[in-house]
Design a protein around this ligand. Sequence first.
Ligand SMILES: [Zn+2]
Length: 983
Amino acid sequence: MLIKIALLFISVGSAAAALKNPRKLYRENDDESLLPSLYTDPIDGIDYRLPNNTIPRHYDIWLSTDIHEGEFDFEGIATIQIEALEDTQEITLQIRELTILNVKLMRSTGGSIQSNVPFRIRDDVEFLIITPSQQLIKETIYLVEIKYIGTLRDDDAGFYRSSYIDETGNVKWLATTQFESTDARHAFPCYDEPGIRSSFSISIRHDVSYTAISNGPQESRVPDGGNYVVTTFKTIPSVQSYLIAFIVSDFAYIENNDGSVPHRIFAKSESIKAGDADLALTASVYLLEKFEEYVNISYSLDKMDQAAMPDFAAGAMENWGLVTYREPYLLFNEITGRARDRENVIATISHEFAHQWFGNLVSPAWWSYLWLNEGFATLYENHLTHLAYPNERWIDTFLVETVQPVLEVDANPNIRPMTYYVENPIRIDFLFDSVAYSKSGSVLKMFQYAFGEETWRKGLNYYLIARAYNNGAPEHLHENLQRAVNEDNLGSDINVDVIMSSWETQSGFPYITVVRNDNELTFSQSRFMYTNQDSENLWWVPINYVVASNPDFSNTKPDFWLEGTQQNVSLRGFSIPKPFTNNDWIIVNIQQTGYYRVLYDRTLWDLILQELHPYGNGYEKIHLFNRAQLIDDSFHFARAELLDYDVFLGVMRYMEKETDYIPWASANRANNLMSRWLSGSSAYPRYQSFMRNLVEKVYNKYGVNIIDGEQRVDRYVRAIAINLACQAQLPSCLTDTANLLENVLREDSIMAPDLVAPIYCNGMRLRTNLSARFIFMLSRLSNSNSPSERNSIITGLGCTENPETLTNILLWALDPNNDNLSVTERSRLLLSPINMGEESIQVLISILASQREELIQFNLLTTLCSNIAARIHSERSNTLFMSQLIDLQFIGALSMSQVNNYMNNALTILNWQENKLKSIDEFFDLVELQATTTTELETTPTTTEQITPTTTTEQTTTTDSGAMNMVLGGIVLKFAILISFLL
Ligand SMILES: [Zn+2]
């Protein structure tokens, strides 16, 4: 399954959401508070596992639904062929929220043994225990027929209901399924474990005006009295219960006429008519063929259906032959869609198609090995897309959007390992975390490169063939990769099981310290964590490196393995794989294909910094991915107090020449934290000036206009450049974005979709003529029904850097008489300025003081306090915040423990500043000194001087805020009129 939940505006306090949303949060949320799935006690004392004394050989499922009438009750008959594995008195299956009407036991030939078999239900473990009067005999096949009723759920799980409003304004209901991980038992009694496979035949009785689809192709559709028909599907051979799916709906579809496999894309008819499924269809035909070619095994089923669901809990689900999606992950509109939206569709289809082999053809023996599904799907979500669209740099973005972000999460001392045993269904759901997806994908990528693509591919092919229509465990993967490694003579010392297990069964990942003494190179490994804790973990680490005098970054095979029994290894003389001189820098982990960080001794860092120095041209000698690695590693080593910030800032200096997305993505993530920590401090203006200098070239290259035919990554780097340049107060950025925003709003035209987020926000920063843009923004908000546009406007409003305007916006957000915002939008608007720096935080603290009643009324008080606490950047803010907290405790709005928590959190950034500011200031002293000595002849005024003079700004502010108050009143009134008119 591809887990994606709706993007949270602010992720602080959203631990549960972060757990379920690895990929999405990394991309669109920079908060360091992403919480991984932590070690929990895996066993709660209850045995949830099936007893394994009987197993299913075949299911015949018959279901009847009246969903076309909005009727939610359904009926079912499950006839299950079972085999007794031992002599037993009981048959145990799993059910959830079903009412069993009758159980019948028959011989395999159909003759009745007992027509009304007693049964009992154990709610704690969701067991249906059937107790026939006669003992079942070992190795004998029986038929168990279970009649039952149930209700379509409303929580997007099991057999559930969904609805949408059609073009004529009518509500249309549909019935659909989402079974992974343990909800198949809600649609029919079954052996609901991933390692248990069986064939399935499915029939559904439904209204003639609706269509039923399922995993297999339709076999027949026959009248069944009145307006009913029964649709029967071709039997699916050997599948686990969670991959079964069916949909009863009035959806329309499009289909292909080419390709070896028939593809259909189902969606609401208006989406089909608008052409929103066209991209998915074209991409699907192409991607499935590419993956068949890659694994050299044909797709198993006769057809591939995909459906876009109006209500869907995850991002998508790989049900065999019937993949289901949340609408935005399958549908794409050429006019309104962003590059990211297109990417989400293509990457999600790739992910789900990879599952058709990894997960479906071979299922995980138990949920402990969920990474065998999700790790491969994450890897191929990019790699398969790269094979299909080789010019779109899918492999490149994997590094900065998957590997580097998960290294951050995986540094948590309480993180779980990839292989992790749990039984309780709730805990099983929590395994769908960033370890199962991003970490496992990154670790698998490391082995793909360490063993080499050809060997890797061959090994995967052996694995899939050996375990086809069966379940798989890591040992099966290891054994088949070993076969390929041996055949390709990669070295007798390569024990795949030992090597890979060290990554699968241990938590976290290593950092490699590299020390050079004359002719000796020492590599040592330790677990990387932000806190200073002991760890015994050691890994088998593929090490390779490049030296300055021979800068060949193309071969990613290991030069040697740092063994899982070695804390360190010293190489000298002939044992050194690549010789070097004392003037050579060394870069370890070529193209950062290894899942680890690299910490150099100071001499080596200095040589690297020399090469990267902006006054030289050496940076291009170092591979693009390793430039991104140097930024990411140096920043996180500084964060972990293993390196000084001056090294990180020194690496960053070369960015003034960099215009590629990959290093900028790493730099952007680091900046998100750096700017937050420095905001409000004495060093912040110097940091802004430093960033302004770094971002100027890339900003000038990309500007604020989309260029026809450019790559998706060009659009991503443009958005970063705009955000960073405007944050750093680059005057051209402030005016360009403000002008573009004003023009688009004034002319009531459409902003290019990729520019909406960066321009709606940054276009609000410039204080000059702010009121015009503000009025237009509110007017557009009042006219917009599009949730995504409304969100962009709301976020944009919070980007204003004028405290008085911001105050007015927030008062409007909390005005109880303002019914133009939904509850969620009110909260979004309130928190929209949270990452905008010191001044905005002070405005939020003043709102805490003046709008207590409203904050309590809308249940926003604790959310606001915890968000402010995480962003206290100055002593002044801290004093103001503390005094509010004491008052709030005094009036009983906050408890003592809440207040203590907030007060402690509020010290985090201040403590950091106290420890780090001195060395950061020294770094800026040096940079400024160098700048003065080398740019004496330049006559361009400094960028700070180009900013509108303060006095003018203040005058504008005053005028603006008066106008805005009137506007706000007017808009409220306008919304009220609009609403009363509609009613
Ligand atoms: Zn998946």
